[in-house]
Design a protein around this ligand. Structure first.
Ligand code: ADP
Ligand code: ZN
Length: 432
């Protein structure tokens, strides 16, 4: 059984004791890596710098660039022969980074994922179709090992090949899927093409949506189309991958497994911690990792701690749905805009289909934003008047959210190229 009651409902004071113990062990381990060994020496840091949890603030942050600069082995903290697995990030914001695991690390990670899936309702009797890329990307093997711990029957479908996904789902009566949200929407258009209704023609009752930011509206839309419950799954390769934070049946924020990760939320400008409840950048320290422990890793993901206790009884704090990455932010005519703001509005408008793309151009000194918006198949009749009404509505709604007036190009359903990985939301043609 993967409801680890005594860990998941542990009292705060006891959890903090556990964290402090594990943090000390982690500092002891990190010291052995080339990178932290050097940094600790320079800054005269060590286990003795740590009396209480807050002392973590004496230690420096770790950035994605630090990992890139110490490629490939600069962060490993055990002899190389102890490593059994390498994974990598997707490279969404530049060169991918790599992470290494010992056999224990894989066991801990699998256990965290088993907890997540169990929490959302998956059981041994389920048929689990993992529609994420297997290989270096963490979403494939990560979930696979977790599902195996629960004992479910796994269909390691991997990503893409939509028609085969649907056939597998139907032939083997899949009950749980793991899917990238933008791909779930794309897949729904393939169901339509095949004249199938996912609500009636499949048995899926639970979906894990992860790997990319998505709005509550997008989740609702996916739940509506498929008739299943969709749970938000957050993670990043630097903190193993999926299994960092996950929604419970309340579907209101994601419990972050604090026995394995020490959480801070900081103001990305001042780098100072913000109080619980306030939005900022999520920073995490691994508490159990052996192969490649990381201290105060800056995720660049924006969220906040939900301070209220959760009615499910778990005491690990929740983080709110990720609003976006600090480096996703677009600055247009001096206004800061996140692609998620656009998604949120678009998903509310009936007539809008399953995909969109923001294109930025510069004409002279003027920045221009065009949003290509796919129309809903049911709505797409080609009738000019109806299209003009929809276009105007989208302009108005977006203007109210982002305060500038974008140009809207309505395009045919399923016409914006969609790969099998994370959605590309922005193309920036502006020159610096
Ligand atoms: P990369 O950083 O290159 O995309 P990863 O594959 O490790 O590599 O992806 C981790 C990132 O994906 C996170 O830092 C976050 O920005 C995003 N992400 C993952 N899951 C979610 C989620 N449920 N909601 C929002 N963003 C997510
Ligand atoms: Zn809960």
């Amino acid at each position: 059984m993967y409801w680890e009651k005594n860990v998941e409902t542990i009292k705060r004071a006891k959890l903090e004791d556990l964290q402090l113990g594990r943090l000390k062990e982690t500092i002891g381990r990190t010291k052995k890596s080339y990178y932290y060994g050097k940094v600790f020496k320079e800054k005269k840091l060590g286990i003795s710098s740590l009396r209480k949890l807050k002392d973590i603030q004496k230690f420096p942050f770790t950035n994605k660039d630090d990992l890139r600069e110490h490629w490939p082995y600069g962060f490993i903290a055990v002899p190389k022969e102890e490593l059994v697995r390498m994974h990598s990030s997707s490279g969404t914001t530049g060169r991918a980074t790599v992470v290494f695991h010992t056999i224990n690390d894989i066991a801990v990670w699998s256990n965290l994922l088993a907890r997540c899936m169990y929490m959302a309702g998956m059981r041994k009797s389920d048929v689990f179709q993992n529609m994420m890329t297997y290989g270096l990307f963490t979403g494939g093997l990560g979930f696979h090992y977790g599902a195996e711990k629960i004992g479910a029957l796994i269909i390691p479908a991997g990503a893409g090949n939509s028609k085969r996904q649907i056939q597998l789902m139907r032939d083997f009566e899949t009950t749980v899927v793991h899917v990238i949200p933008s791909y779930a929407l794309h897949l729904s258009t393939v169901f339509e093409e095949l004249k199938l209704d996912p609500r009636k023609d499949t048995k899926v009752k639970i979906a894990f949506l992860g790997a990319e930011p998505h709005t509550e509206k997008m989740r609702k839309k996916i739940e509506e189309i498929y008739g299943y419950k969709a749970f938000n799954s957050y993670g990043l390769s630097e903190m193993n991958g999926p299994g960092v934070a996950f929604e419970c049946p309340e579907q209101n924020g994601m419990h972050i497994w604090e026995d394995s990760f020490l959480v801070e939320i900081i103001d990305p400008k001042t780098l100072q911690p913000v109080p619980d409840g306030e939005e900022g950048e999520l920073v995490m320290t691994t508490l159990q990792r052996e192969g490649m422990p990381l201290l105060r890793y800056r995720t660049k993901d924006l969220t906040r701690i939900i301070p209220e206790p959760c009615s499910c009884g778990r005491t690990h704090r929740r983080i709110e749905r990720i609003k976006g990455r600090t480096d996703d932010m677009l600055i247009l005519k001096g206004v800061n805009i996140y692609p998620m703001q656009i998604e949120k509005k678009l998903m509310e408008i009936s007539g809008v289909g399953t995909n969109f793309l923001i294109v930025l151009d510069r004409e002279g000194f003027n920045d221009l934003m065009t949003v290509k918006v796919e129309m809903d198949k049911k709505y797409f009749s080609g009738e000019m008047k109806q299209m003009e009404t929809l276009r105007k509505k989208i302009v108005e709604e977006l203007k109210s959210e982002i305060l500038i007036t974008p140009k809207i190009d309505l395009v045919e359903p399923d016409s914006i190229p969609k790969g099998e990985g994370k959605a590309v939301r922005v193309i920036d043609n502006r020159k610096d």
